[in-house]
Ligand binder design. Sequence first.
Ligand code: NAD
Length: 255
Amino acid sequence: MLKVGIFGATGRVGKLLIEEILNHNHFNLSSVYVRNELQYSLPSSTMITKDFEIFLQSSDVIIDFSSPEATKALLEVALSYPKPLVIGTTGLDNDIQHLLENASHTMPILYATNMSKGVAMLNKIGALVAATLKESDIEICEIHHRYKKDAPSGTALSLAQSCAKARNLKLSDVRISGRNGNIGERSANEIGVMSLRGGDVAGRHTIGFYLDGEYLELTHNATSRLTFAKGALDMAKWIVEQKNGLYGIEDALEI
Ligand code: NAD
């Protein structure tokens, strides 16, 4: 049985991960990291702790859905107590991404801004269309629930990154997030990445390729947050078999 530790246990995704682990007997909920108080009870065999070292050492693999600051703190301690990691937290800045890369020299890490298999396919197909329909204008639009903190979503940025790479462009040079006022015409290389927020939407991402006379829109809808929890658990099973290094969901799916 795979011993799984959950970081971000009181969060929306963290709670679903715990439910999913407790409902399946091929996983063991070995440890949960809790900053303040846990509002529900867990099996007595589960280590509930706010000590990073104990948390890391109690499990075969750690799944993190927390916040950028929390992920940073986890990675810093994991450098001394390495453990296979599955990281789903989004909004990581360049410094934390750098830390993630460094840490992956001493432990296997899977980082995915979206743990759904459908989005992994959207990334792949989006890059293909971006490279093929070279003259199309690319606009990405995402909507998420009202509680989401980072914008644009990590997924939208990953999709934009795939499209930019497919066109040999640097995303930071071409990304436009938000338009307002008399801003002039759209430039050819621009990649628009726009965010909407509202209700309880688990996540919808559309990549649009706009040409003269036609357009193609590719949309992924997450109809339940459970998709991310199930995907992360699949990735946990995979990452424990890997050598040190930084992986994406596309490596696990071999796409
Ligand atoms: P949430 O706000 O409901 O939960 C966040 C959790 O992290 C809570 O348990 C909170 O206590 C904990 N946390 C926050 N700051 C902390 C700190 N400094 N130290 C320790 N713990 C801390 O958020 P959520 O909706 O569950 O999402 C969590 C993260 O996962 C976000 O970054 C979100 O964008 C991302 N996410 C990723 C995917 C994916 O598929 N990769 C899917 C959904 C959400």
